[in-house]
Write a protein that binds this ligand. Structure first.
Ligand SMILES: Nc1ncnc2c1ncn2[C@@H]1O[C@H](COP(=O)(O)OP(=O)(O)O)[C@@H](O)[C@H]1O
Ligand SMILES: [Mg+2]
Length: 446
């Protein structure tokens, strides 16, 4: 805003002075005016060059900031793995890149002011010489030339100011371009206004000819079909990177399909609203996600209007009750951001209580026991077994002993289903599941 009023004052001054100069001497006025296009040309040339350096200055700033943030939040990992030196070296490198870019940007854009001042001085000399000649020949009075020189000095002043503003704007434009790049990213497809809701959710899930890939060059899931009947437990097994997590993320509609459909109780999930869809699904993932808050808040997160009795009931079923009683503050114990005051297994039990309270019709367990100590693992298994009853569940487990009694076992490899059936049938087939099962058995025995 200040810039705006400054701009108006400058414009008025320029016009006023121009009129006075033309009144005194049109020829000298012409020379003075000539500096304007010259200054603009020079400014534009320099600005073009400095902008590329401003762009890389902001890019380096971004890279440096994210590196610092990563190193800060992952400080313990960095230390444990002895990577402090690498992190420091990368910081040095990025800091140097930022220094170079800033230096060049500042240096080049700093040329604008001196260049314009130089042009102004040239103009001054031209007017002084020409004016002097006219005084000598008697066509102009000395006073007129003196007045004209005063005016022309003031005339170039606003131009210098504009030059300074252009300098500032180059940096602004460069950083605005980065902001717009983020804004231009594809948005989530909006939910349909008339989104249908399956009346009473029974938990029937059908994958029909589903294809999906994260990037066009690397196809992942292709023409996958699968039916999970209401109340069934579907186990998904397979090597790391087979696409197990991706498959369950598709049910939650974190990504749009490239082909085919996923139906929930007969309704295409692409037509349902995301909130409605996700409110029907409960999730327990490998890394328990808790927020900074009390244990009570973390359980009630599944359903904010849950009563104290419901919270207690969910906590009992999921064995949270047991360890909470040994904490001095009980349910009011605040879990800090890092969650370092309770164990990984206990955190997992809290996320199971959270899933209980929301009473979803579909349950997703993605390697829920894999980062848990063996003592808590049994509790997690018991709790999830209760949680699974009466609802459709998708269980991803790398320990096959935990999914023996699944209604359907799906073996995935490279985004494809290579085998499916019950534990007994798959063992009889002596295929991929048989090999996987035996390798774990041997591994456990050794
Ligand atoms: N967000 C993502 N963006 C791009 N590629 C991904 C993403 N998540 C997973 N992938 C890739 O997709 C493949 C399947 O991953 P994932 O579904 O996590 O396998 P799994 O859970 O069976 O170990 C892997 O090759 C993985 O690198
Ligand atoms: Mg996974």
């Amino acid at each position: 805003q200040q810039t705006m009023s400054q701009l108006i004052v400058s414009a008025m001054t320029v016009i006023g002075i121009l009129v006075m100069m033309i009144v005194i001497s049109p020829l000298l006025a012409l020379i003075a005016v000539l500096t304007v296009p010259l200054s603009i040309l020079v400014t534009a040339q320099i600005a073009k060059r400095s902008k590329t350096h401003f762009v890389s200055q902001w890019k380096s700033t971004g890279a440096l900031n994210s590196h610092v943030e990563e190193a800060y939040t992952g400080h313990e990992l960095v230390t444990v793995f002895g990577r402090s030196r690498e992190v420091e070296a990368r910081f040095e490198e990025q800091n140097e890149a930022l220094y170079q870019a800033s230096y060049r940007a500042q240096f080049i854009s700093g040329l604008i002011m001196p260049a314009i001042m130089f042009l102004g001085n040239l103009n001054f000399v031209a007017i002084a010489v020409l004016g002097g000649m006219r005084v000598a020949s008697g066509t102009m009075s000395l006073g007129d030339v003196q007045a004209f020189i005063q005016y022309s000095r003031q005339f170039t002043q606003p131009l210098t100011q504009i030059g300074a503003m252009v300098n500032l704007m180059q940096s602004g434009v460069a950083s605005a371009e980065r902001v717009f790049a983020v804004l231009d990213e594809d948005e989530e497809e909006p939910d349909r206004a008339d989104a249908p809701t399956p009346a009473n959710s029974r938990g029937l899930v059908e994958f029909s000819d589903v294809s999906f890939s994260y990037s066009a060059e690397k196809p992942l899931i292709e023409n996958l079909s699968l039916v999970a009947e209401p109340g069934q437990m579907v186990a998904i097994v397979g090597p790391t990177g087979a696409g197990k997590t991706t498959l369950v993320n598709l049910i939650l509609r974190f990504y749009e399909l490239d082909g085919g459909k996923i139906l929930l109780d007969g309704v295409d999930i692409a037509e349902m609203s995301r909130d409605d869809l996700r409110s029907r699904i409960g999730m327990v993932l490998q890394d328990a996600w808790l927020f900074g808050g009390t244990i009570r808040d973390n359980i009630a997160y599944g359903r904010p209007d849950a009563t104290e009795e419901e919270i207690q009931a969910a906590a009992r079923i999921s064995y949270v009750d047991r360890f909470v009683h040994s904490l001095p503050d009980g349910y009011d114990t605040v879990i800090d951001e890092e969650g370092s005051n309770i164990s990984a297994g206990e955190k997992q039990l809290i996320t199971i209580a959270r899933a209980f309270i929301s009473q979803p019709s579909i349950l997703i367990l993605d390697e829920a026991t894999s980062s848990v100590d063996t003592r808590t693992e049994l509790l997690v298994q018991h709790a999830t077994a209760v949680l699974r009853s009466d609802r459709t569940s998708f269980v991803i487990a790398h320990r096959l002993s935990t999914i023996r009694d699944a209604d359907l076992i799906v073996v995935m490899e490279d985004g494809r289903i290579v085998e499916k059936g019950s534990h007994e049938n798959l063992l009889l087939t002596r295929g991929a599941y048989f090999r996987l099962y035996n390798s774990q058995f041997v591994g456990a025995g050794a």
